[in-house]
Design a protein around this ligand. Structure first.
Ligand SMILES: [Zn+2]
Length: 162
């Protein structure tokens, strides 16, 4: 299952990518605001993606058009992830090793220290052994503070799911 998120759900889209989900985020494209609803429904349909929206009107319109849609409530990302998980029937787990690039939705691959030597701070090189590179935008990731936040978020999700 793949997703497409409306312009209000950028944060959720990035978190879902970190959870390894394939997510198109409309905010990554230059689509004029007045065209976005139409494009979201069109892309969801043509590209077989489940729409994620916090706009009840758009959610209903998508349903009428035969598009799978999940209506997202509230601003808390952990809670939103649980909603996606429950309503889409897809188990969402945050595992750094199966993450996608939060910035561009590309696949991350484990790379050697040598290949990232010139791109990251020396202090990080000294304290980390594993690095990932996005195949699409080349951004380098490592298990720093950011990853700790992800793990905490995953734990909160688990608790909420009960
Ligand atoms: Zn990327």
């Amino acid at each position: 299952m793949r997703f497409i998120a409306d312009a209000m759900l950028g944060k959720l889209a990035r978190w879902l990518r970190l959870a390894g989900q394939n997510v198109t985020y409309i905010g990554d494209y230059r689509v004029p605001a007045e065209k976005q609803d139409e494009i979201l429904i069109e892309w969801a349909k043509d590209r077989n993606r489940t729409l994620l929206t916090c706009d009840i009107g758009l959610h209903r319109r998508a349903k009428r058009a035969g598009v799978r849609s999940v209506y997202i409530r509230g601003a808390d990302v952990a809670e939103q992830l649980v909603q996606v998980s429950k309503q889409s029937g897809k188990k969402i787990q945050i595992d750094p090793r199966s993450s996608r690039c939060p910035m561009c939705n590309g696949n991350l691959i484990l790379v050697g220290k040598e290949s990232v030597r010139d791109e990251i701070p020396v202090s990080v090189l000294k304290t980390h052994r594993e690095f990932w590179r996005c195949k699409s935008c080349n951004k380098v990731y490592w298990q720093g503070k950011h990853w700790k936040t992800i793990i905490e978020m995953a734990e909160r999700c688990e608790k909420m799911r009960g």
